[in-house]
Write a protein that binds this ligand. Structure first.
Ligand SMILES: [Zn+2]
Ligand SMILES: [Zn+2]
Length: 244
């Protein structure tokens, strides 16, 4: 499978990078991990056809991870109808949040539009699912307090990617890195300690415990970009393609 890094920035546009979006192309399946506001733009810039998307998986409901969905909906409504429902899977509350966001951004209060053929799936922590042939294992990670933020392990025909979503360190990454071909791990900070994002010092101390074949760091904040010369791991770049 191929992983297209469409957006590896934080919510603040640090370094002029796009917001979170990762496209996985298995030749048979074409699906997104997260859908930040710049996702449709990034796909078109990369020459990738949005009509090919089988599934959009959301790690959590922060704007830099799901705020791009309304653009896919108006694309479907007015520009390039897909002829089949768009499948969207995310933590509990996803359907309501996406519908509300669409109405806020493009709705006419006197004439509320129905979302065109979008099918929603709820990702419950620790409940594996197969959606559009893609195996998804969601697990809760430390990021939001009341709402559920998920890390996602996705597998298709023997290849798998572990995605941290937005998260501080949790030993669950050690557990789920087992057999993963790639760990796509957010790393917002270099050494600043917070309770809801990763910093490089903590990740680095835990690297020997991870069981995956490869680690790519993403969701890079200003602090990480300033220290990029000090980091021996692969740092994501918008437009990068990783063979898995
Ligand atoms: Zn977040
Ligand atoms: Zn984020």
């Amino acid at each position: 499978m191929k992983l297209y890094i469409l957006g590896c920035g934080d919510a603040f546009g640090s370094g002029g990078r796009n917001t979170s979006a990762y496209l996985i192309d298995t030749a048979e399946r074409f699906f997104l991990l997260d859908c930040g506001p710049t996702t449709l733009l990034a796909m078109k810039r990369a020459g990738l056809d949005p009509r090919r998307i089988d599934l959009i998986l959301l790690s959590h409901l922060h704007g830099d991870h799901y705020g791009g969905l309304p653009f896919f909906v108006i694309e479907e409504l007015y520009q390039n109808p897909r002829g089949r429902p768009l499948q969207v899977a995310g933590p509990p509350g996803t359907e309501k949040r996406v519908k509300n966001l669409f109405q806020l951004m493009f709705g006419d209060p006197s004439n509320p539009k129905k979302l065109p053929s979008v099918e929603f799936h709820i990702l419950e922590p620790e409940r594996p699912q197969v959606i559009e042939g893609v195996e998804v294992f969601p697990f809760r990670v430390p990021h939001q307090v009341r709402e559920i933020s998920l890390g996602l392990k996705v597998s298709y025909q023997g290849k798998s990617i572990l995605y941290s979503g937005d998260s501080a360190w949790t030993d669950l990454f050690v557990t789920h890195s087992r057999d993963a071909d790639l760990f796509l791990c957010e790393c917002c900070f270099f050494d600043r300690q917070t309770e809801n994002h990763m910093n490089y010092q903590t990740l680095s101390a835990n690297l020997p415990r991870l069981k995956c074949k490869r680690v790519v760091l993403t969701h890079l904040g200003q602090e990480m970009l300033e220290h990029r010369g000090d980091i021996p791991l692969t740092l994501a770049e918008d437009g990068m393609i990783v063979e898995v």
